[in-house]
Write a protein that binds this ligand. Structure first.
Ligand code: AMP
Ligand code: ZN
Length: 465
């Protein structure tokens, strides 16, 4: 039976889904005011792996991740870029999807945007006011933490700590310093929605309650995010759900550790981050993934180029094992593997133990070793190679095994095109227009179109009609 660490109970627990064979998973997605950083990527990659693993175990998974597209930071960014907040949201949501895909992260089943659910948020806040769990003050609406005795259960925060933390805000409208905003009165020039409390916008903590309920129901299996979300965000989501129905939103709460840099959390506000797209220019997605998965998800990881380079070598090592056997045989879809084999069992045991990906990677290495071991009979080597691909895919590797096995074709064509362009450039320099035109026309005949611009000759491949 699978064990996972539940932040709520602070221990590993047997994982029993609410509905047999099905898993409903919600994670808090990005606030789309900027390109996401490689720390955020750690969280997104971890939940991608968890989802893949549940599927491998035969569960039908519904994965929801929200997009926070209204927030103070988005408004600030829209002023900075001089475009409206919706354009900011659209721009960075598109970037989020592009960068996630480049990292090999599968898109969630639902990706709701906060701004599409504002009426439902108003409705939920109105219910909380009605029940006496929230109050209005000067156009803002706050959650009344004193009205919920179990407030603080998820994070284990003592009231004293909350007092100390919240006091910094010096918000005298609140009845209690720990009370949090559900609805925010808008300042002049900010985006607004009409509500029973005047013009304003919803708070972040309400967004996730509404969107998770909408897609996954009142209580679902797993609610996840990075550990920074335990307090206040998840505590405050829990508080609203408990006040509404007496039921928690999720049975299990899972939080993964930070990517640190120089011992500090990588974060947008500390400006100590590298965007995922920048890092992807330096390293392959598989190497980044390997770097993260080589440590347990709850442990912190330091951003360390040496270790990423090491991960890169490890991925190449796995790839080279696959290249040591016949590609056609290896990828033969008729060769179905036996799930009872030891490697599959070891892999499953590691992953069942609170997603021990580091141990699971060790199983992949063992399989790689057996795949390239020339002393073993070829059918056995091939079977190990097939298992390596199959289990590797559960962790998000080998998305396209054929590309790994014959990576040269694409690269080689590109190099050849550039070589011919360099010959054409030389011809042009010699004013040999006849040759130059011939190079261009012959490439065009193959569908490779050249365009001369002030910074050189660019090429593109014409899509077949
Ligand atoms: P944000 O866009 O800041 O709301 O963050 C999106 C997700 O990334 C949340 O689940 C955060 O908990 C997570 N996250 C933020 N910073 C880090 C970090 N340095 N390491 C790992 N996860 C992080
Ligand atoms: Zn959330």
């Amino acid at each position: 039976m699978m064990q996972i660490y539940n932040t709520m109970t602070r221990k590993k627990e047997a994982f029993i889904p609410l509905e047999e064979g099905k898993i409903r998973l919600y994670t808090c997605g990005p606030t789309v005011y900027n390109y996401f950083h490689i720390g955020n990527a750690r969280t997104f990659i971890f939940f991608d792996v968890m989802r893949r693993y549940f599927e491998f175990r035969g569960y039908e998974v519904t994965y929801v991740q929200n997009i926070t597209d209204i927030d103070d930071k988005i408004i600030a960014q829209s002023l900075e870029e001089g475009i409206d907040f919706q354009q900011i949201g659209a721009k960075y949501t598109a970037a989020f999807l592009d960068d996630s895909a480049a990292l090999g992260i599968r898109p969630p089943d639902h990706l709701p945007k906060a701004t599409d659910f504002v009426p439902q948020m108003i409705d939920l806040i109105a219910q909380l006011v009605e029940k006496g769990n929230a109050y209005e003050a000067n156009g803002d609406v706050y959650f009344d933490t004193a009205a919920l005795p179990e407030y603080g259960k998820l994070s284990g925060k003592k009231t004293e700590e909350q007092l100390a933390g919240a006091r910094v805000e010096e918000n005298y409208q609140k009845r209690h310093p720990a009370d949090f905003t559900l609805w925010k009165r808008s300042k002049p020039g900010e985006p607004v929605w009409q509500s029973p409390w005047g013009e304003g916008r919803p708070g972040w903590h309400t967004e996730c309650v509404v969107m998770s309920r909408q897609f996954l129901g009142e209580t679902f299996d797993i609610h996840g995010g990075g550990i920074d979300l335990i307090f206040p965000h998840h505590e405050n989501e829990l508080a609203q759900a408990m006040a509404l129905s007496g039921n928690p939103p999720a049975k299990y709460w899972m939080h993964n550790g930070f990517l640190n840099i120089g011992g500090e959390k990588m974060s947008k506000s500390l400006k100590n981050f590298h965007t995922a797209r920048d890092i992807l220019r330096e390293y392959d997605a598989a190497s980044i993934r390997f770097f993260f998965l080589s440590k347990h998800y709850r442990s912190p990881i330091d951003f360390d180029r040496e270790l990423i380079a090491e991960a890169d070598r490890a991925v190449k090592n796995l790839n080279s094992a696959l290249k040591s056997v016949d590609a056609m045989e290896l990828l033969d879809p008729n060769n179905i593997d036996d799930p009872s084999v030891e490697a599959v069992q070891e892999f499953t045991a590691a992953m069942d133990d609170d997603l021990n990906t580091a141990k699971a990677l060790a199983v992949l290495f063992d399989l790689a070793h057996k795949t390239r071991n020339a002393t073993l009979p070829m059918p056995e080597r091939l079977n190990n190679g097939r298992r390596l691909i199959k289990l590797g895919q559960v962790l998000g590797f080998f998305a396209d095994p054929e590309a790994i096995l014959s990576p040269k074709a694409g690269d080689l064509s590109k190099s050849l095109i550039e070589l011919i362009i360099s010959y054409r450039n030389a011809a042009r320099q010699n004013k040999d227009w006849a040759s130059s035109d011939r190079f261009r026309d012959d490439l065009a005949a193959l569908g490779i179109m050249l365009k001369d611009t002030k910074d050189g000759c660019h090429w593109s491949i014409e899509e077949p009609q």
